[in-house]
Design a protein around this ligand. Structure first.
Ligand code: NDP
Length: 313
């Protein structure tokens, strides 16, 4: 027999746990499935210094553990398991967990996050948390007056390079093509910044350093007759080559943009399916911060509560 729940939360980042705190305090008896990476992207971050309420900073795993405990304190039922399929054709909505069990939910809060894209180099793993980052806003502060590189040529790369140039002594922007893809205004900002040096037609093939990143090996014009090996000395290596929202299992029912971000009704976590809400990075191509995710998790829980009470459920 299928298990019936009033409020199902999928995902355990700041959005999911915050939704669980609010939903359990509103007596929605939420059930939360944590997914593959309990705690989400923040568990791969060392120090979080920009989440309000922690004047001395806190580690990513500790912050997520605190949020989890806070949700459990109010009775949220937090379970290990992964949503693997959905049927949102009619309420109650059906969600398959681990390919086996089916949950029937009156409301769903999707907080499955987004995954930063990496180049796929073994060195990215080797130096994870030791000079390799996919979030300049999170980690840029640790590179004050140091030299960093940003990979990518889109808006995110330009934004992150400009942000880092305000902290670091020098920023290399490593772009695989001969031109940037970013919007004109972002490009102009990068071109006008004397601290940013753009390395067009460069690809990263490896990172170097004793325990921490100290350099990057690049190839210029790979495969061309004038191919060249280039080495740069850097202290930090930032990926900005896009994020992949974890929205695949909802796509038959839920509208997404061309990248896969769930479309919500402006200023709210409502999706095109009534009673199904999206919060956090899976619906946010712009901010992607722990605090904005937490805020939207709160909104989603409040909307879920209103929806259930309007329906008398
Ligand atoms: P994009 O997909 O726009 O750009 C990704 C960049 O990474 C491209 O330059 C791409 O190169 C490069 N890239 C991809 N894979 C590799 C690889 N393996 N090696 C090297 N380079 C690689 O992603 P963004 O995150 O920049 O932007 C996503 C969306 O969010 C966009 O719509 C953007 O406009 C929007 N955005 C808007 C902002 C704003 O308005 N303030 C800020 C940030 C994002 P190539 O060009 O060669 O394909």
């Amino acid at each position: 027999m299928n298990e019936k729940v009033r409020c199902l939360i999928i995902g355990s980042g700041p959005a999911g746990y915050t939704a669980a705190i609010y939903a359990s305090r509103a007596n929605l008896s939420p059930v939360l499935y944590e997914g593959m990476q309990p705690g989400g992207q923040l568990t791969t971050t060392n120090e979080v210094e920009n989440f309000p309420g922690y004047p001395e900073g806190i580690t990513g795993p500790e912050l997520m553990e605190d949020l989890r405990k806070q949700a459990e304190r109010f009775g949220a039922d937090i379970r290990f398991g992964m949503a693997t399929a959905t049927d949102l054709s009619a309420a109650p909505y059906k969600v398959t967990i681990d390919g086996e069990k089916t949950i029937e939910a009156e409301t769903i809060i999707i907080s499955t996050g987004a995954t930063a894209q990496y180049l796929g180099l073994p060195d990215e793993q080797k130096y994870a948390g030791s000079g390799v980052s996919a979030c300049a806003t999170c980690d840029g502060f640790f590179y004050r007056k140091l030299v960093v590189a940003v990979v990518g040529g889109g808006d995110t790369a330009c934004e992150e390079a400009t942000y880092l140039a305000g902290l670091a002594s020098k920023v290399y922007l490593i772009v695989r093509k001969p031109a940037l893809r970013a919007s004109k205004i972002m490009q102009e900002r990068v071109f006008a910044n004397p601290k940013i040096e753009i390395l067009f037609e460069h690809e990263t093939i490896g990172l170097t350093g004793e325990g921490v990143v100290q350099g990057a090996n690049l190839v210029k014009r790979r495969g061309q007759t004038d191919e060249e090996q280039v080495h740069i000395d850097i202290d930090g290596f930032f990926l900005a080559i896009g994020h992949k929202p974890n929205s695949g299992i909802f796509k038959p029912w839920i509208e997404t943009d061309e990248v896969g971000y769930i479309k919500t009704i402006a200023g709210s976590p409502r999706t095109n399916v009534e009673g199904v809400f999206a919060s956090g990075d899976v619906a946010d191509p712009h901010y992607r911060q722990a605090i904005t995710a937490a805020g939207s998790g709160c909104q989603a829980a409040i909307e879920a509560e209103r929806y259930l009470s309007e329906k008398g459920l």
